[in-house]
Structures are given as structure tokens and as C-alpha cells.
Design a protein around this ligand. Structure first.
Ligand SMILES: Cc1cc2nc3c(=O)[nH]c(=O)nc-3n(C[C@H](O)[C@H](O)[C@H](O)COP(=O)(O)OP(=O)(O)OC[C@H]3O[C@@H](n4cnc5c(N)ncnc54)[C@H](O)[C@@H]3O)c2cc1C
Length: 419
């Protein structure tokens, strides 16, 4: 094995090249990235990155490492600003336009592209948010915006709405489905989380279709299918992302909502995939999953590189999916899978409390947990889910946590009264 090629220079790609060197691989590594930037972190782009920058202050950066880390420390050949245009698995080559890069093993880590609305194309003031360039544009637009409409009440749209509210801007979120976040956390708990918007003065309209965007050259508003017109000089479209597999058409891989892989993240001999682009068989839940989560992109990047370099000793990649999202002053965290026979709030009150936790049951197994401001608890449930624990185990843990927190707060009240 002499040549490892990683296509996609973001989180999964970065972790792949780091893992290859950590595993002792001494051959050539080429990291190909369509964006001109060094690998950078995306989660801050819809959060702190959108905050106002004081006049004269430096622009924020979310770059993971400087160029020297890749070139000098890891000995990686960087080919940034160049998109792979095709893959030839039989000839073991990545095609870059007129150029080709040979490989013994390749890791596909091309992530996902933000979906756009055909109606908004070419209209100034309409933005998607996937890349750092998008985030710069959204932040600059927020500096002068007077009214914001966010299309899509998913996590990225909700975070953008929270950032705009932090600047004091009036914000309306338009969501086509009757309840938000159904796919991510299920209908009941999607509604529960969405209450955070009302509490912070964001106008959330569910079941509202967008008929068209208004304005000639610059957006002036959004017209809904029920005839309502929402004035806006900034529209952020957060309607999901599609796996970046276009360049793989004709390569003979199975492409079906991502690059389909086995439990080793292997798509074909010598071809592995990782991160948002990979749809792999997760043995823990016995199903194909494609996640758009930071933690799995990092873990899959490492696992795919290790397996690609030593297929004889490949290890399956299994994980309990985990993501977080920051809205206003709350942290939302989810572990597991949301399709459940039952969801139950086991701690706190969703309407009255800042902190609450809900569990998800499938048969007699706990399969998911959702925490709002429950950072001290969520990983305990993740461990239970990874151990394939029973629903009763989940309820017992919730009971123990409730008792322990009640005892702590009684103790705190007692010591405050004594002093
Ligand atoms: C704004 C935002 C906020 C987020 N917040 C959270 C969060 O709070 N919590 C959480 O868990 N997750 C969050 N995520 C998700 C997380 O960032 C992603 O799961 C992670 O970035 C996926 O990494 P990746 O390397 O698989 O793909 P990506 O980060 O999408 O990177 C893929 C790279 O491949 C490049 N590429 C595409 N096609 C080609 C080609 N043909 N040739 C060469 N290069 C190509 C792309 O330009 C891109 O740079 C967020 C994502 C975004 C966009």
C-alpha cells in the first residue's frame, strides 16, 4: 500500500489523514478538497460565527489547523480548490478534470451540499448555509438586515434564527411540515423543542408552504401558499442537504441517499466512505444510516482510513448517533434513533422547565434520549443504548438521576438557609 487518497477536505477527511499517520502509514497521502480553504469546522458557522464583529476586530476563523500541520507534520499533499470529477475503481484512479491521481485505497469524504430553492436563485439577500463563504455572506447580511425570514425549522435554520434574535432582529421561521424536526427527534418532541422559539420571540409558522420569493434583484419578502406575504430583506434557506455523490455517477458504486457501504465503511474493493456522504450499515441498529452529525463524521473518517489501510483486520464501525444544537441559551442533545413506539418525558416539564429529558422506546429497548440543558445526563443514556439496555434500565437511570438531583438541590437550599 503506497497511495492513500482522501477526497473531501473537511472533518471526515481531516480525521482520515490523521488516523492514517497515527496508524503508522508511511506512504503518500493526497487530500483533495473542492473548497479553496484548509479544513474548517462547520458547527460554529450557524452559531457564534454569526455574532456581530466589532469594528476593527479580526474576522473569526474556524480552521482546524494551519497548512504546516498537513504538509510538515502529516506529510500530506494538499490539493485544495480542486474538485474530483470522477472515480475509476477498476483503474484505482481519482479523476480531477484533465488530471488523475492514482490510489491503492481511497476514502470518499465529500459530505453534503445544502439544498436550495429554485425560486431564490440569483436573488440578492437569499442565502443557504453550508460553507464558511456562505456564513460570511449571512453574517454580513445580518449586519444591515431589518427583517429575517428563515425557510425550514431544522437545526441549522433554528440556530440562524436564534443568532438573528440575539442581534435583536425580528425573525419568522416558515416550516412546510405541520410539526418541526419530525425526522430528527419525532413529532411530539419536535413540538416541545420548538417552544424555545416562541419563548424568544421568534415567529414559527408550521404547515406553511412557500409559493415564491418576492423582489426583482433583491429579496423583499416571501409569499406563502395561503397568500400571506412576509416582508424580509434577508432570507436564509435551511431545507436540508443532499450527499455530494454527483461526481461518483458511473463509478459502479451503489449510490442511494449517499455512498452505500458495509459495516466496515467499504463501498467497493479499495473504496471507503466517511461522514455525511456515507450511508453505512450500523450493526448496533441493524440498518443503513446516513448521519449528518459532527461526531460520526469524525469517527467514520478515522475508522474508514484504518480499514482502508488494513482491510484484513478491518473493524466494523458502530455508533450510537449523537448530535447537539445550540438555540438561544439552550443546548439540545440527542442520542440514538428517533423512530419509537413510545416517547416519555422522564425528567422536568417541557413547558415549565429549562432542563428536561425524554426517552425513546422501541419494543422493550431504550433506543433514544433527548436532553434540553441536560449535559450531565445525556452520555449516560448513550452508554445504555450502546449496551442495548432495556427500557426499564432507562427508566431506572432516570429515577436515580431525579433523586440525586433532588437531594443536591435540597442540600443547596439547606446550606443557603443555614448561612
Ligand atoms: C452550519 C452547520 C452547522 C452544524 N452544526 C452541527 C452541530 O451543532 N452539531 C452536529 O453534530 N453537527 C453539526 N453540523 C454537521 C457537521 O458539521 C457535519 O456532520 C460535518 O461537517 C460532516 O463532515 P464531512 O467531512 O463528512 O463533510 P463536509 O463537512 O460537508 O465536507 C465535505 C467537503 O468535501 C468537499 N467536496 C465535495 N465534493 C467534492 C469533490 N467532488 N471533490 C473534492 N471535494 C469535494 C466539500 O467542498 C467539503 O469541503 C453542522 C453543519 C453545518 C453545515
Amino acid at each position: 500500500m503506497n497511495d492513500l487518497v482522501v477526497v473531501g477536505a473537511s472533518l471526515a477527511g481531516l480525521r482520515a489523514v490523521e488516523a492514517a499517520r497515527a496508524a503508522g502509514f508511511g506512504g503518500r497521502i493526497t487530500l483533495i478538497g473542492a473548497e479553496p480553504h484548509l479544513p474548517y469546522d462547520r458547527p460554529p458557522l450557524s452559531k457564534q460565527f454569526l455574532d456581530e464583529v466589532a469594528a476593527g476586530a479580526d474576522e473569526p476563523s474556524t480552521v482546524f489547523h494551519d497548512e504546516a500541520h498537513f504538509v510538515d507534520e502529516l506529510g500530506v499533499t494538499l490539493r485544495l480548490g480542486e474538485a474530483a470529477t470522477a472515480l475509476d475503481p477498476a483503474g484505482r484512479r481519482v479523476i480531477l478534470g484533465a488530471d488523475t491521481v492514482p490510489y491503492d485505497a481511497v476514502v470518499i469524504a465529500t459530505g453534503a451540499h445544502a439544498r436550495t430553492l429554485p425560486a431564490g436563485r440569483g436573488l440578492a439577500g437569499v442565502h443557504a448555509l453550508r460553507t464558511v463563504d456562505d456564513a460570511h455572506s449571512v453574517r454580513r447580511a445580518m449586519d444591515t438586515a431589518e427583517r429575517v425570514v428563515v425557510i425550514g425549522a431544522g437545526f441549522i435554520g433554528s440556530e440562524v434564527a436564534a443568532s438573528a434574535r440575539k442581534r435583536g432582529l425580528p425573525v419568522t421561521i416558515v416550516e412546510a411540515l405541520a410539526t418541526p424536526l419530525v425526522r430528527a427527534v419525532g413529532p411530539e418532541l419536535g413540538l416541545a423543542i420548538a417552544q424555545l422559539h416562541a419563548k424568544h420571540g421568534t415567529d414559527l409558522r408550521c404547515g406553511a408552504g412557500v409559493e415564491r420569493l418576492l423582489g426583482e434583484e433583491k429579496v423583499t419578502g416571501v409569499r406563502l401558499t395561503d397568500g400571506t406575504e412576509l416582508p424580509a430583506d434577508l432570507v436564509v434557506v435551511g431545507v436540508g442537504a443532499d450527499p455530494a455523490t454527483g461526481w461518483l455517477e458511473g463509478a459502479g458504486l451503489t449510490l442511494d441517499n449517499g455512498v452505500v457501504c458495509d459495516e466496515y465503511l467499504c463501498a467497493a474493493p479499495g473504496v471507503y466512505a466517511a461522514g455525511d456522504v456515507a450511508r453505512w450499515h450500523n450493526p448496533l441498529f441493524g440498518r443503513l444510516q446516513r448521519l449528518e452529525h459532527w461526531t460520526s463524521a469524525a469517527g467514520q473518517g478515522e475508522a474508514a482510513a484504518r480499514n482502508a489501510l488494513d482491510p484484513e483486520n478491518a473493524k466494523p464501525y458502530l455508533t450510537v448517533p449523537y448530535f447537539w444544537s445550540d438555540w438561544y441559551d439552550s443546548k439540545i442533545q440527542f442520542v440514538g434513533i428517533p423512530d419509537a413506539d413510545e416517547t416519555r418525558v422522564v425528567d422536568g416539564d417541557v413547558t415549565a422547565d429549562r432542563r428536561w429529558i425524554a426517552l425513546y422506546r422501541q419494543g422493550d429497548r431504550i433506543v433514544g434520549a433527548l436532553a434540553v440543558n441536560g449535559q450531565a445526563d445525556i452520555m449516560k443514556y448513550r452508554r445504555l443504548i450502546s449496551e442495548r439496555a432495556s427500557w426499564q434500565d432507562g427508566l431506572d437511570l432516570a429515577e436515580r438521576r431525579r433523586r440525586s438531583l433532588a437531594a443536591k438541590s435540597a442540600e443547596a437550599v439547606g446550606s443557603a438557609t443555614r448561612s
